[in-house]
Design a protein around this ligand. Structure first.
Ligand code: PEP
Length: 251
């Protein structure tokens, strides 16, 4: 095991048959060549059961892309953390910039989602990252600091220790413009100093911090080789089996 994690966020893509085909293609690649990183796939809700069935082969784990901030009850259209846990989903992306932007998910809601995830033994993959104007104004550290503190620092040490953080600069998501390896390393180091201040050096050192934003088979090795980069959260490139597999191999 390389201790790195690669998670594929399919977003709202693929039909039912295509989803199954993608998973089967991935498995046939994993069967041919061993991958050292821990692989997580995060398909849309309707395909989670296919994914958890195939996950029994042991090549990947399964994550959801979202959860409800509520535990259960009259919340039409919502999917709870408890439901996902009951279908052997292990992870959940929380705070993705698309959810912050299109669904107005604010710190209060994200905190409730993080709590729901942890109460139900789902591991949150908590996304933070600045928009382009914020980086251009030199506010990227301030923005990320606020997101990390407001979203996660209410947790006690044992809860926080379960969380994975994904640094995803918004300007790099789906744009084909990735952060440079240095920009990724710099922000990961900064996030780790924030964690150290709140939870101590040991927890800071062991927290997994993934990079996300236009990762592909060409740029993954450079970014993954940076100190403090513990793997990646992959969007577009996770929809093509060979490309995703190549990224997983680089981790
Ligand atoms: C994402 O949506 O989490 C992401 C990183 O997307 P992409 O890889 O397509 O930039």
């Amino acid at each position: 095991m390389s201790n790195k994690i690669v998670a594929g966020n399919w977003k709202m893509n693929k039909g039912f048959t295509e989803a199954e085909e993608l998973i089967e293609e991935l498995i046939s690649l994993f069967e041919k060549e061993e991958v050292e990183s821990e692989v997580i796939i995060c398909p849309p809700f309707p395909y989670l059961e296919i994914a958890t069935d195939y996950a029994q082969d042991g090549f990947f784990k399964v994550g959801a892309q979202n959860i409800s901030p509520f535990p259960c009850g009259a919340y039409t259209g919502e999917v709870s953390a408890g439901m996902l846990r009951s279908m052997e989903v292990d992870y959940c992306i929380i705070g993705h910039s698309e959810r912050r932007k299109y669904f107005n998910e604010d710190d209060k809601m994200l905190t409730a989602k993080v709590n729901q995830a942890l109460e139900n033994k789902l591991i949150p993959i908590f996304c933070v990252g600045e928009a382009l104007p914020e980086r251009e104004a030199g506010k990227h550290f301030e923005v990320v600091r606020r997101m990390v503190r407001h979203g996660l620092f209410h947790l006690d040490t044992s809860e926080f220790a379960k969380v994975i953080i994904a640094y995803e600069p918004v300007w790099a998501i789906g744009t084909g413009v990735n952060a440079t390896p240095q920009q990724a390393a710099e922000m990961h180091a900064y996030i780790r100093t924030l964690i150290a201040e709140r939870y101590g050096d040991d927890i800071a050192a062991q927290t997994k911090i993934l990079y996300g934003g236009s990762l592909n088979a060409k740029n993954a090795a450079d970014i993954f080789s940076q100190p403090g980069v513990d793997g990646g959260l992959v969007g577009g490139a996770s929809l093509v089996a060979e490309e995703f597999f190549e990224i997983c191999k680089k981790a």
